[in-house]
Ligand binder design. Structure first.
Ligand SMILES: [Zn+2]
Length: 407
């Protein structure tokens, strides 16, 4: 080991390693599993940006005592950099009018009928220039980063034509050259039926399978494929066709399921060994059981429930039956325009009765698992990437307590 490239971060007030969470692969987490070390030291290899050693300052091994590059971290609480595992971050246009209509008592369907909803965003995104989309998305990424986030998943899905879906995915590719946040691109052509295919959902599914998935795979523009399973959107059998084709082309699978109705999207996710199944506000008892016995991560969106005034996902039932549960903003212009991942922990604790430990794991280790990155990020352990969220506080408990602010 080259000692010159090592850096010693010493006297960290509190280091939340999540070592126990990682050992249990994110299931049935207790406070002890957070692996909190008081008066900690971390040794990192700067050339690899990798963690080498973690422990108490007083127990620093002799071999590291001669490290020249040392930082005094008194007063700092360290957590793994936060992971945002579900966003729709590349889009154009504003949907505040939808919110006002909803506040005035209009339903999702009425808002859509009056020209609001997802099709408004679709129109503006299709018309937007590549440069404008990149600039807008970059400022959104910066806002996430300012609140401790180091990895963000971004879905396409506001183009719904091959040309505009490719434009969005290429924006994500271009953004990765401009930001230090790690981006994970997801192809979501099955976000809604585009107006050109109204009443011809099967034709649209065939087009995605036969032409779009091969094209996106060839250009290596997406790590994951996603589909919105809901009445009026995509059926379970259409989702299955799409996901199998995407798997064939090497993409991982994510599914939006049970947001408004339980249709079997979760069962499909389990059957296909999807990386995650997201929303689950109306998941059935049988599906909770199926999901808990699988490796598929349950990604919950408390901000979307708060913002639209709809029921919260049954987090307690999922967690208590052994499911791996992650939290996300579901950042999107229609149902959750929040870039505040720490705030989601507050809502999860107060409205979904999650413990602070479960909520912290939900935006770190389990969110990393929802992206298949839990061996690289999501905990502070030797061998993992050196990606840290530092807060000035007395305890990590300040994170949900501070109600969306980060010290
Ligand atoms: Zn979503």
């Amino acid at each position: 080991m080259n000692l010159d490239s090592l850096v010693l971060y010493n006297k960290i007030k509190q280091c939340v390693t999540l070592s126990g969470v990682a050992a249990k692969k994110g299931r049935l987490i207790t406070e002890q599993d957070l692996g909190v070390i008081e008066n900690a030291a971390v040794v990192a290899d700067a050339s690899l940006s990798q963690i080498v050693w973690v422990g108490k300052s007083s127990e620093l091994p002799q071999q590291f005592s001669t490290i020249v590059n040392e930082y005094n971290c008194e007063g700092e609480v360290w957590l793994p950099e936060l992971v945002e595992c579900h966003t729709h971050l590349v889009f154009a246009g504003d949907r505040s009018h939808d919110f006002a209509m909803r506040a005035g008592g209009k339903t999702y369907a009425q808002i859509a009928a009056e020209g609001g909803g997802i099709l408004t965003t679709l129109k503006h995104t299709r018309e937007a220039s590549f440069e404008d989309l990149v600039e807008n998305a970059e400022s959104e990424i910066n806002r996430f980063q300012a609140l401790g986030v180091g990895t963000i998943e971004i879905k396409s899905g506001y183009g719904l034509s091959l040309e505009s879906e490719l434009k969005i995915l290429k924006c994500i590719q271009a953004l990765q050259q401009r930001v230090t946040v790690q981006l994970v691109p997801t192809f979501l052509p099955a976000h809604a039926i585009p107006p050109e295919y109204k009443g011809r959902g099967e034709d649209y599914v065939r087009l995605i399978c036969e032409e779009w998935i091969p094209e996106v795979a060839k250009a290596k523009l997406a790590s994951y494929f996603d589909v919105f399973v809901e009445d009026g959107y995509f059926s379970v059998s259409q989702a299955e066709k799409l996901c199998l084709k995407a798997s064939e082309y090497g993409m991982g699978i994510k599914i939006h399921a049970d947001q408004f109705k339980s249709l079997g999207g979760t069962q499909l996710a389990v059957k296909l060994n999807a990386q995650s199944v997201d929303h689950l506000d109306n998941i059935s008892v049988e599906d909770i059981k199926a999901l808990s016995n699988s490796n598929t991560v349950a990604v919950l969106c408390p901000g979307a429930s708060l913002f639209t005034g709809t029921p919260y996902a049954p987090a307690r039932a999922l967690i208590d039956s052994g499911a791996r549960v992650a939290l996300t903003t579901d950042f999107n212009p229609g149902t959750c325009p929040s870039r505040n991942l720490p705030l989601m922990t507050t809502i999860a604790c107060t409205q979904m009765k999650m413990t602070v430990a479960e909520a912290i794991a939900g935006i770190t280790y389990n969110a990393a698992a929802a992206l298949g990155l839990e061996t690289q990020i999501g905990s502070i352990e030797p061998g993992k990437q050196f990606r840290i969220c530092q807060i000035k506080a007395d305890s990590y408990k300040a994170l949900p307590y501070c109600f969306g602010e980060l010290q």
